[in-house]
Ligand binder design. Structure first.
Ligand SMILES: [Zn+2]
Length: 198
């Protein structure tokens, strides 16, 4: 892991303070000056940090009419989705914070994304993990699973031969295999009494 410089650490700390302050006041729309006063930091650094934090998707800036000048005034508030994120111990800075992806807090995720170094942190888990495998619903499908299991018991392992024998596609043989595995896992709990194994 790349060492984090002192300068970088100070910048991350500032980003974190800004996000924490806006998060604590979800309905407030604040100027950079308001935020700087609240977190006791230099207004210039806060003004410079805000667009960076916005790029990370943590805050939202809205340009409004400036009563004191011609340039529009930015009002800042917490990004709404911030609330739904789970809290993780970040793999980069080791601090607890809202999850930005790849086991990183949102601040570090934003930084690594900007620097193009995101790939050194592997993606977490399988996105299809919670997707339920195919399950036989009709009597005909359930019978096919039993026929599949019978053929497996007979020692047939070749998917193409199984497909020919069962009159279905190779892809469906793979579905039957998955359904059979699920059935065998669930059977002791269900106690169907049908084809019970010791
Ligand atoms: Zn982090």
């Amino acid at each position: 892991m790349a060492p984090t410089g002192k300068h970088q650490a100070a910048r991350d700390e500032l980003d974190r303070l800004i996000v924490a302050h806006l998060d604590a006041h979800p309905r407030a729309q604040l100027t950079a000056g308001d935020i700087a006063r609240a977190i006791r930091r230099d207004k210039g650094s806060v003004a410079k940090a805000l667009p960076r934090v916005q790029l990370a998707g943590l805050v939202v800036g809205t340009p409004t009419k400036n009563p004191y000048g011609s340039r529009p005034m930015m009002l800042w508030q917490a990004a709404p989705k911030q609330r739904d994120r789970s809290i993780v111990t970040c793999k980069s800075c080791q601090q607890r914070g809202p999850h930005g992806g790849r086991g990183l807090c949102t601040i570090c995720h934003g930084r690594h994304k900007r620097k193009g170094t995101l790939t050194q942190f592997p993606l977490l888990g399988n996105p299809h993990k919670d997707k339920k495998p195919w399950q036989p619903k009709q009597a005909r499908s359930r019978a096919l699973v039993r026929d599949y299991e019978f053929l497996i018991d007979q020692g047939e392992r070749n998917e193409e031969a199984l497909a020919r024998e069962l009159g279905c596609s190779v892809r469906h043989v793979q579905r039957l295999a998955g359904a059979s595995r699920t059935r065998q896992k669930e059977q002791p709990a269900l106690q169907t009494g049908e084809g019970a194994t010791p």
